[in-house]
Design a protein around this ligand. Structure first.
Ligand code: NAD
Ligand code: DAU
Length: 379
């Protein structure tokens, strides 16, 4: 029987957070799971309709920068675990508005750390049985070179866990890779990672940091490549490919990330860093072709019907060439591995967005924001 725990999951109304909340609420009926979210444009409680009435689930609308309110909540609910996902998460937005990223991602994280420190240090058992788990990104490591030699067939790298892996270079991000963030988003995430580690090194707080590759799957806000393009293909809108579409991203199905978070929260070693990724690199343009093919097939369009939607546009400023995570440590030390092959994951994802047009329409029209503004601000 699992010990009872009182956990706050920040950013639980967002894309990854909603999958983590769902997993924890269903798997741990004896826990109290508090979803703490400000409900920015990216937060949507409709992502959690299937668990919102469960007795072990509670939603609290709060800004992570609100130190006093967070401290009070920790005290009131006797919180012993924090899984921190709340963040501004979109690189393009960070290029336009870096201040919001510094405020939420850096100051917000610091505010949570300081409140947790004050509360936990006030307890007789102090940090015993406590955990502050910070969810971060592979983008903090910078960008890798694309130096896959011509004519070399995959697998390019020959460690057991990456068998069959198609790599676009011989470098990977390891837990020991030096931080080298480029975008305002990744700079803000890197800064927050450093603060989390500083709270372990300085005060002895039991922290863990994980750095994950690009996630895909249901409930992702359609500013990100995969949901945006699936929706545009469906509505025969242009597909804005940045630059030449040659950049490489390493994709992981979101439920596999959520399973890794569950495992690491419970079994990960304090003060450790774990990289999370599925050894699944794709050039953007190749991935876009797969999405076009899949959507066209499911909608019954002739093959190649939507290829004319591809529109090459000005590149993202400072666009990182390639990300590729090595998650061997997590696989070997904790026994995690991705459950889905990419072909299966992308098929599931395309079908989900096509089957959930109402969710997509609400998100793109902003109706859900109006609904929740009324519901939570007028109480
Ligand atoms: P998202 O943008 O979909 O969701 C972010 C959530 O945080 C939203 O619900 C939003 O309302 C909430 N939020 C934002 N500012 C807040 C604030 N000040 N106070 C309280 N809540 C606030 O993001 P996501 O893609 O689900 O990413 C979640 C976390 O995982 C982020 O920390 C991100 O850096 C990290 N991450 C994301 C990916 C990815 O591919 N999406 C990969 C690796 C790591
Ligand atoms: O690597 C992890 C990161 O992955 C997370 O930390 C971020 O929160 C998450 O947003 C994601 O960042 P990316 O910038 O890689 O994701 P995005 O979906 O914005 O873009 C994926 C790739 O597609 C990238 O090379 C840019 C390109 N792109 C994106 C959009 C939105 C396009 O070519 N056209 C587009 O319209």
């Amino acid at each position: 029987m699992m010990a009872k725990r009182n956990i706050i999951i920040t950013g639980g109304a967002g894309f990854i957070g909603s999958h983590v909340v769902r997993l924890f609420v269903n798997k741990y009926p004896e826990y109290k799971i508090i979803n703490l979210d400000k409900l920015t444009y990216a937060g949507n409680l409709a992502n959690l309709k299937d668990v919102e009435n469960k007795p072990n689930y509670q939603f609290v609308r709060m800004d992570i920068c609100d130190f006093e309110a967070f401290y009070d909540l920790m005290q009131r609910e006797k919180i012993d675990g924090i899984i921190h996902l709340a963040a501004e998460s979109h690189v393009d937005r960070s290029i336009k508005d870096p201040f919001t990223f510094a405020k939420t991602n850096v100051m917000g994280t610091l505010s949570l750390l300081q409140a947790a420190k004050l509360y936990w240090e006030s307890l007789p058992e102090k940090y015993e049985g406590k955990r502050f788990y910070h969810i971060s990104t592979d983008e903090v490591y910078g960008a890798l070179k694309m130096n896959h030699p011509e004519g070399v067939e995959p697998p390019f790298k020959t460690v057991a866990s990456s068998e069959g892996h198609k790599a676009y270079g011989d470098e990977f991000f390891y837990e020991t890779t030096k931080y080298n963030p480029h975008s305002p988003y990744s700079a803000s995430k890197a800064s927050s990672d450093h603060f989390v580690r500083a709270f372990h090194d300085t005060y002895g707080m039991p922290t863990i940091v994980t750095n994950c590759s690009n996630n895909y799957g249901p409930y992702q806000f359609p500013e990100k490549l995969i949901p945006l393009f699936i929706n545009n293909i469906r509505h025969r809108k242009p597909l804005p490919v940045y630059g030449k579409g040659e950049n490489v991203r390493d994709w992981l199905y979101v439920e596999d990330h959520a399973r890794a978070i569950d495992l690491i929260f419970h079994e990960g070693k304090v003060a450790e860093t774990y990289n999370i990724g599925g050894f699944n690199e794709w050039k953007n343009i190749d991935l876009i072709q797969v999405m076009i093919k899949t959507v066209d097939r499911i909608l019954g369009n002739p093959e190649g019907h939507s290829l004319d939607l591809i529109t090459y546009v000005t590149d993202r400023l400072g666009h990182d060439a390639r990300y590729a995570i090595d998650s061997t440590k997590l696989q070997q030390e904790l026994g995690w591995e991705p459950s889905l092959q990419f072909e299966e994951g992308i098929e599931k994802t395309v079908r989900w967005y096509l089957d959930n047009q109402e969710w997509m329409d609400n998100v793109t029209s902003g109706d859900y924001m109006t609904y929740y503004e009324q519901m939570y601000d007028n109480r």
